[in-house]
Design a protein around this ligand. Structure first.
Ligand code: X7A
Ligand code: MN
Ligand code: MN
Ligand code: MN
Length: 304
């Protein structure tokens, strides 16, 4: 298959500097070559140029709304172009706020997409419910149509229309969900396989349930949004919001192989690698694990 890679050096969806260096680090550790070596035809579109908006005052505690909105408009245009050319889009983050543009852009060319969100967190806060004001904790509230009654329109997001139904979204790996997010998930009827379900069903059964639930026909393009903090901090320590009790390297390999096996992966976000956090060893471990996991999304199989 052919893959279009784009770097999104962005950190304004959260307060810890460093995620803007994620794309460069992933490239330095050979993420593009690894995908090419697996027989994929890779086009590297380089990194987006993302500028801060002058005088970007908070909106009701929400930080950098115009800067995050402007960046995501560019992400949307780029992902829309890549997926329109029938390439699998690989977006290298950058914090998880970039998924707003990634899913929005992907939905322009693949309106029947489903979203598999692999994360310790639900990222379903709204500008009104968030206690942190960090937009990387809110991306899905801009994207899920059923969230409209609970959210607010932010300056900088005039371009962004919600583009998926709650039934087209499913979570894997949740273990740190805020009260408001839990309420919205129940209200909107969003399916979730948290770490509890991972333990309860075991991965093989769980992955079958995940795919049957979100795409019973087995025909729809998959948008996979992978927050590296879904993995246990033992494997990905250099990330902004680590939470204990996460997925192991092997579990991520299995999930990636199952998604790759559908042949319907259409966009993969790889977000929240923060090289500025932890020791040099932590940084190396995080980026090496992430590049390894990504190779399993693009054809690496342990069975050969
Ligand atoms: N839900 C959080 C974390 C969001 C993580 C974003 B991701 O997944 O992209 O990395 C946490 C909110 N809050 C933190 C202090 C204790 C109460 C919950 C938020 O800031 O909204
Ligand atoms: Mn996230
Ligand atoms: Mn997270
Ligand atoms: Mn994070």
């Amino acid at each position: 298959p052919s893959v279009g890679v784009v770097g999104i050096p962005f950190s304004k969806g959260q307060p810890r500097g460093g995620t803007e260096h994620g794309p460069a680090l992933l490239r330095d550790y050979g993420i593009v070559e690894r995908i090419q070596d697996l027989g994929n035809k890779v086009t590297d579109y380089g990194d987006l140029t993302l500028d801060a908006v002058e005088d970007d005052k908070p909106w009701n505690k929400v930080k950098n709304p115009r800067t995050v909105g402007q960046a995501n408009r560019k992400v949307s245009e780029c992902v829309s172009k890549i997926t329109r050319d029938r390439q699998i889009a690989l977006t290298l983050g950058g914090d998880h706020s970039i998924a707003i543009g990634s899913i929005h852009g992907h939905a322009q060319s693949c309106p029947d997409l489903v979203v598999v969100w692999i994360d310790a967190h639900a990222d379903l806060n709204t500008p009104l419910s968030s206690d942190s004001g960090n937009i990387h904790g809110m991306p899905l509230s801009f994207i899920v149509k059923e969230m409209a009654p609970y959210t607010a329109r932010l300056p900088g997001f005039e371009w962004c229309q919600p583009c998926i139904s709650a039934r087209d979204l499913i979570y894997i790996g949740l273990r740190d969900v805020d009260e408001a997010e839990r309420a919205y998930m129940t209200e909107c009827g969003i399916a979730s396989y948290s770490m509890q379900e991972v333990d309860k069903y075991g991965l093989p059964d769980m992955m079958e349930r995940v795919l049957k639930t979100v795409d019973p026909t087995g025909k729809r393009p998959i948008h996979l949004s992978f927050d590296v903090d879904a993995m246990d901090p033992e494997y990905s320590p250099s990330t902004g919001t680590p939470v204990h009790g996460g997925l192991t390297r092997r579990e991520m390999y299995y999930i990636a192989e199952e998604i790759a096996g559908t042949g319907r992966l259409s966009c993969l976000d790889v977000v929240e690698v923060n090289p500025s956090l932890g020791t040099e060893a932590d940084r190396k471990k995080t980026v090496r694990t992430t590049v390894d996991v990504v190779s399993h999304f693009f054809g690496k199989r342990r069975e050969g």
